[in-house]
Design a binder for this molecule. Structure first.
Ligand code: NAD
Length: 452
C-alpha cells in the first residue's frame, strides 16, 4: 500500500470529509491526524527545540543540538509553535524534582506544532536508592501517559541512559535525533535504553549507511521491501533475500535498488551454509542483517494443528537462530561491528487471541536478541528488535474487515502504521550511532493499547 493510500483508508477519508468531520466530532469518533514523514519533513530534527532541565547534561544536549545547526531555546518564552521539547532529567534524585523540570511543559502543550516531538532523557532505576529510583521510575509513568495525550500526530518518547554513560555518547545523540525527526512517525510512548558509550557519530546525515552492506530477508514485499528501500536510500548496498516463489518481485526490487538478489527459503535444510557460500562467492561481507521474513497461520489454540504451528515457529524464529549462527561461525562474512535487527511483534509482548503460534515465535525473537546481543558484543556487534503493531501490508490486509478497522484505531495515533515507519526504526538500529543499544526491542506501534 502506498503512503497516500494508507493515509486515507476509508474511515480516515470519511472523518476528513466535511460531513464526516462534523459527525465524528459530535459522536467522539477517532480523527487520525496526518503523521509527519521523511518525504514531507526531511530535516534531521523537527525544530525549534526547547531543552528543559538544569543539569550539566541539559547543557551538553543543548550544545550538541546547537552544534548541528538547530534552533534551540532553553525556555518557551514567546515561542508560538514548538517543534520539539527535550526534558533532561539525568540528575533527578527525588520525585519532587520531576515537577520542577516537567511542569513548564504543561503551559506549552497547546503551543506544540502538529507532529511535534517530546523526548525525556533520564536514567533507569538501579534498585539502590529508593528516592532516586522513585524519581527515575516516575519519568516512565509520566511519559507513557503524556504520549496518550498528544494530539495532531505529535509523539512522546524517552531515552534511558545507563549510569556511567555520558549524554554525549553516540547512542544518545543518535536516539535523540531519531526520536526528534519525522523518521519516528509511528513510535510513541516508548523508551530506548542506551547501555554503553559504543558506536560512532554519523559523518554524513544524508547517507548514514554509506559503505555498509545490508542483508534483508523476506524483502520481496511489504515491510521487507520498505526496509530494503530505506536502507538503500540511507546509502547501504543491499542483498535482498526471499523464497523462490517471490522471485519476480524480488528481481524487480533488486533492479530498482541495484541490489544483489538471493532466492532462498530460510527454513530449508542448510539455508545458513548456502547463504554463507553465496556471500563468499560474491566476496560480500555483511555489516547489517535484518531478519524480517515472517508468516502468520492464525487459529484459536483449541483448533491448532502442526501444519499451522510448525512453519510459523520455523520461519519466524528458528531460521533467525540458524542464519545468525551460520553467519557468526563462518568468521569471514560479517563486517567489524555487525548490526542484527530482527522483526518481533507487539503480539510477542502482549499475546493476541488466535496467535499462540505467532506470539510464541515473536516472544522468542525478543528473548533471542537479548542473548545474541551478548554473543555479538565480543566482536563489537549488536542485536536488537523492532516490534511493529498494526502495519498496513498484505499480511494485515488478510484480516477480517471489522477486526482490521478496530486494530487500526487501537493506538494513540488512531491509525495503522506504514511499512516505512518500521523501516526507519530499523535503519536507526542498524546505524553506527546505535552501537550502545543492545538487546532492545523497540515498539513501532503508535502506542498500541496492549499490555502484558
Ligand atoms: P508479508 O507477508 O507482506 O511479507 C513477508 C515476506 O517474507 C514475503 O515476501 C515472504 O515471501 C517472505 N518469506 C516468508 N517465508 C519465507 C521463507 N521461508 N524464506 C524467505 N522468505 C520468506 O509480511 P509483512 O507484513 O511485510 O511482515 C514482515 C515482518 O514483520 C514479519 O516478520 C512479520 O511477522 C512482522 N510484523 C508485521 C506486522 C504487520 O502489521 N504487517 C506486525 C508485526 C510484525
Amino acid at each position: 500500500m502506498t503512503d497516500t493510500a494508507a493515509r486515507t483508508d476509508t474511515y480516515t477519508k470519511f472523518v476528513r470529509s466535511a460531513p464526516g468531520k462534523l459527525i465524528a466530532k459530535q459522536v467522539g469518533l477517532p480523527r487520525p491526524s496526518t503523521l509527519p514523514r521523511r518525504g514531507d519533513r526531511p530535516e534531521p530534527v523537527l525544530g525549534p527545540v526547547v531543552v528543559l532541565g538544569d543539569s550539566a547534561g541539559a547543557e551538553q544536549i543543548t550544545r550538541d543540538l546547537l552544534g548541528q545547526g538547530i534552533d534551540v531555546r532553553r525556555r518557551f518564552d514567546e515561542l508560538r509553535s514548538v517543534g520539539s521539547v527535550v526534558a533532561v532529567l539525568d540528575e533527578i534524585s527525588t520525585p519532587a524534582d520531576l515537577g520542577r523540570i516537567l511542569l513548564p511543559l504543561s503551559g506549552a502543550m497547546r503551543s506544540l506544532a502538529p507532529g511535534a516531538r517530546v523526548v525525556t532523557i533520564s536514567r533507569p532505576a538501579r534498585g539502590e536508592d529508593p528516592a532516586r529510583d522513585a524519581a527515575r521510575g516516575g519519568v516512565e509513568g509520566f511519559l507513557r501517559s503524556l504520549a496518550h495525550e498528544m494530539r495532531g500526530g505529535a509523539t512522546a518518547n524517552g531515552i534511558l541512559v545507563r549510569d556511567g554513560v555520558d549524554l554525549d555518547a553516540p547512542g544518545v545523540t543518535g536516539a535523540l535525533r531519531f526520536l526528534l525527526s519525522a523518521r519516528s512517525a509511528f513510535v510513541t510512548g516508548q523508551f530506548l535504553t542506551v547501555s554503553t558509550a559504543d558506536g560512532s557519530r554519523t559523518a554524513d546525515l544524508a547517507k548514514p549507511l554509506a559503505g555498509r552492506t545490508a542483508l534483508v530477508t523476506g524483502a520481496a514485499r511489504g515491510i521487507g521491501a520498505a526496509i530494503a528501500r530505506t536502507l538503500a536510500a540511507d546509502g547501504a548496498q543491499l542483498v535482498v533475500l526471499d523464497v523462490p516463489g517471490a522471485g519476480t518481485e524480488l528481481s524487480r526490487l533488486a533492479n530498482d535498488l541495484r541490489a544483489v538478489p538471493v532466492q532462498l527459503d530460510v527454513t530449508s535444510d542448510g539455508a545458513g551454509d548456502r547463504l554463507v557460500a553465496f556471500l563468499r562467492e560474491r566476496g560480500l561481507s555483511l555489516d547489517i542483517a535484518v531478519l524480517n521474513a515472517g508468516i502468520t497461520r492464525d487459529k484459536l489454540f483449541a483448533n491448532m494443528t502442526p501444519e499451522r504451528w510448525v512453519p510459523v515457529l520455523a520461519v519466524n524464529i528458528s531460521s533467525q537462530i540458524t542464519l545468525t549462527q551460520a553467519l557468526i561461525e563462518a568468521g569471514d562474512v560479517l563486517g567489524d561491528q555487525p548490526r542484527v535487527v530482527s522483526l518481533a511483534s507487539t503480539s510477542g509482548i502482549a499475546g493476541n487471541r488466535g496467535q499462540t503460534n505467532y506470539a510464541a515465535s515473536k516472544a522468542g525473537v525478543i528473548a533471542f536478541v537479548g542473548a545474541l546481543a551478548a554473543r555479538l558484543e565480543s566482536i563489537g556487534g549488536t542485536a536488537n528488535a523492532v516490534a511493529p503493531g498494526f502495519i498496513e501490508t498484505e499480511m494485515t490486509a488478510k484480516m477480517p474487515a471489522l477486526t482490521r478497522e478496530v486494530a487500526r484505531r487501537l493506538n494513540s495515533l488512531q491509525q495503522g502504521g506504514l511499512p516505512v515507519d518500521v523501516a526507519e526504526a530499523i535503519a536507526f538500529l542498524a546505524s553506527d550511532e546505535a552501537g550502545g543499544l543492545r538487546g532492545e526491542t523497540l515498539r513501532v506501534c503508535g502506542q498500541n493499547m496492549v499490555g502484558k
